[in-house]
Design a protein around this ligand. Structure first.
Ligand SMILES: C[S@@+](CC[C@H](N)C(=O)[O-])C[C@H]1O[C@@H](n2cnc3c(N)ncnc32)[C@H](O)[C@@H]1O
Ligand code: SF4
Length: 370
């Protein structure tokens, strides 16, 4: 698989960060800003200015556009529509949405602006667990949002769910999976809740988080078993899809392709260059208003780092990873051992983890790395 841009063809994956949220959930570690309704328009101006500066890097036909957040659907509708209308056309255009923001008017706005995939942050269907997460929506909001999107014609909807929430039991998890399946999403992302040390959330739920950590492996197996049993393809460690409904944008990351990210905190990988825009809104907006690139860090990756990243990400997928693309990053004796233990297998000139290897995930990949 060719990792980077084909010469002269340009970048095919565009990420656009919309940081605004109605409030900040305790467990969240993304670049977000609460409220700021008066600044959404200026932020969209800056996003479009950054995109204009970078446009030459994009392929004539972009494959995927992903609007992530934050809560993109919390952005003022006029500003969101102006942004969507100005983005390049693409085969897959995804918008992340919080259930309580999904109204028939929003669904129409998305639909008339070429959005053809919505990623809905459900997290759990238990009211008590939603309040532990400090979410603003209830379980019925998720169901209502799903129906509203279906009524507007969306046929590619993903649900984000979490396991390992403080207070969650295995029975709660089973019930969540059942509720999610009853909505028949085309795609499910099921993440292990990560709690950063030193945050208010970790402080509040410390002991319970430690108990959940013990149960994670079992939860993960339950999730995979139930979703695979229901006919979903476990195509990436935390992602499941109906036939041909992989998240094409994320697949671009996992396959080691180049992507352009615009907005505060957005990351881009362009060949051997990795850029991270600074997370501050004021500096971002003012630099772009002056026609300058936003404040950012730029790192030059070496080929070895690229190969190791490619290995780490590639082995999360169910599709075989061509060994030629990771070269010396794989340690031959470690590979032979993993094969003997039934954790990895070679298929021709490619490598794939077995289901057992995929459950152990990162630990196997770390072993394999030279
Ligand atoms: C950019 S986030 C937020 C999107 C949207 N604002 C929401 O809250 O649903 C995308 C997804 O990342 C996941 N996520 C957020 N924080 C997480 C954490 N601490 N650990 C694991 N997954 C997390 C959630 O499932 C969330 O839906
Ligand atoms: S709504 Fe989503 S992005 Fe915003 S704070 Fe909550 S989890 Fe983070």
């Amino acid at each position: 698989m060719s990792g980077s841009r084909a010469p002269g063809r340009g970048v095919r994956h565009l990420y656009v960060h919309l940081p605004f949220c109605a409030h900040r959930c305790g467990y969240c570690d993304f670049v977000t800003l609460v409220g700021r309704g008066g600044e959404h328009d200026a932020y969209v101006d800056a996003l479009l200015a950054e995109l204009a500066l970078e446009r030459r890097r994009l392929a004539p036909r972009v494959e995927t556009v992903f609007l992530g957040g934050g809560t993109p659907t919390f952005t003022q509708p006029e500003a969101l529509e102006r942004l969507l209308a100005a983005l390049p056309d693409a085969d897959e255009v995804t918008v992340e949405a919080n259930p309580e923001t999904v109204t028939p008017a929003l669904a129409r706005l998305l639909s008339r602006n070429r959005v053809n995939r919505v990623s809905l942050g459900a997290q759990t269907f238990h009211t008590s667990l939603l309040s532990v997460l400090e979410r603003r929506c209830g379980p019925d909001d998720v169901r209502r949002a799903m129906h509203t999107l279906r009524d507007a014609g969306f046929d590619n909807i993903s649900l984000d769910l979490l396991y390992g929430i403080p207070g969650q039991t295995a029975a709660d998890l089973d019930a969540d999976i059942e509720s999610a399946l009853s909505l028949a999403p085309e795609h499910v992302s099921y993440y292990e809740l990560e709690a950063k040390p030193g945050t208010r959330f970790t402080h509040a739920h410390g002991e319970e988080l430690a108990r959940q950590a013990e149960a994670m492996e079992g939860y993960f197996e339950r999730v995979v078993e139930a979703l695979v049993g229901a006919g979903y393809r476990w195509y990436e460690t935390a992602n499941f899809c109906r036939a041909a409904r992989e998240a094409r944008h994320n697949l671009g990351y996992w396959l080691g392709r180049d992507y352009l990210g615009v907005g505060i905190g957005a990351v881009s990988t362009l060949g051997l260059e990795r850029r991270r825009n600074a997370p501050k809104l004021a500096g971002y907006v003012s630099a772009l208003a002056r026609g300058q690139a936003p404040p950012r860090e730029v790192e030059t990756l070496d080929e070895e780092t690229k190969r190791r990243e490619r290995l780490m990400l590639g082995l999360r997928l169910d599709r075989p990873l061509p060994l030629a693309s990771v070269g010396a990053a794989v340690e031959p004796t470690a590979l032979a051992r993993a094969e003997r233990l039934g954790l990895a297998e070679r298929r021709g000139a490619s490598l794939v983890l077995t289901p057992r290897g995929r459950f152990l995930g990162g630990a196997v990949t770390a072993e394999l790395m030279a």
